[in-house]
Write a protein that binds this ligand. Structure first.
Ligand code: F6R
Length: 239
């Protein structure tokens, strides 16, 4: 696993550059996308690159990692809303090619068939990840099986607490979510994980210093041949 310690701005530009070169090489690439604060700067750079005429999303398909259970797509805290407002509404991606796992049996993105759908598209070429302070990736909390595919999750107290900053009160935070599994994520051909800020320093230290264990879900990434961790100085302060 490669570790790059850069400024936030350099991280955003480096990931944007990699996606831009992928899209030039393969205009119909499959992107695996994350929500949360970590990828926002990358999405801003992608929007800028699109507006400058450097990249096109016309043939791109995207698969998001996860979605809260019980929030509709127009709820400001739903991940569909997040993706629309931070990226999809500002570039020429076709909304019909943007996928977010769903618990709705009638949805074409129903979680039980989500992994097959990704496979049918040829698999994820480039996956962006963030990490939770407890080591979760997507909503795969500690204890999740390394063999997990897209599934329904009960969110841990620590994650509900971390995410409550986006809601009016902690009681409004959904307690369940739909999430790609650890195996689904490991199937991606290339993975970048963004780890920034002081509050991620312990997580980065754990990821770098200790072995692979389901207690710390992100540790499975050590087994993937093409992962880059993009960290800033604050997150790397305990290394
Ligand atoms: C979001 C996701 C989560 C976040 C993680 C970090 O789609 O999969 O695992 O990446 O909770 O969130 P931030 O980036 O807000 O610190």
């Amino acid at each position: 696993m490669e570790l790059k310690i850069l400024s936030l701005n350099e991280i955003n530009l480096a990931i944007k550059d990699e996606i831009a070169s992928l899209l030039r090489r393969k205009p119909n690439a499959i992107l695996g996308l994350a929500t949360g604060s970590s990828p926002i700067g990358v999405y801003d750079e992608l929007v800028k690159a699109y507006k400058a005429g450097d990249i096109s999303f016309n043939e791109v398909t995207s698969f998001n990692l996860d979605e809260y259970f019980g929030l509709s797509g127009d709820h400001p805290q739903s991940y569909r809303y997040f993706m629309n407002t931070h990226l999809f509404d500002h570039v020429n991606i076709l909304k019909s090619k943007t996928h977010i796992p769903s618990i709705d049996k009638n949805s074409e993105d129903y979680y039980e068939t989500y992994d097959n759908k990704i496979k049918d598209h040829g698999g994820i070429d480039f996956q962006i990840l963030g990490i939770g302070s407890n080591g979760h990736i997507a909503f795969n909390e500690p204890g999740t099986s390394f063999d997990s595919l897209t599934h329904i999750v009960d969110l841990k107290e620590s994650t509900i607490k971390d995410n409550s900053r986006f809601f009016n009160s902690i009681s409004e935070v959904p307690t369940k979510a739909v999430s790609m599994g650890l195996k689904s994520i490991m199937n991606a051909k290339r993975i970048v994980i963004i780890i920034t800020g002081k509050n991620k320093a312990n997580a980065l230290k754990r990821l770098m210093d200790k072995g692979i264990s389901t207690d710390f879900p992100a540790s499975i990434l050590h087994r993937h041949p093409k992962v880059t961790i993009y960290a800033d100085k604050e997150a790397a302060s305990l290394l």
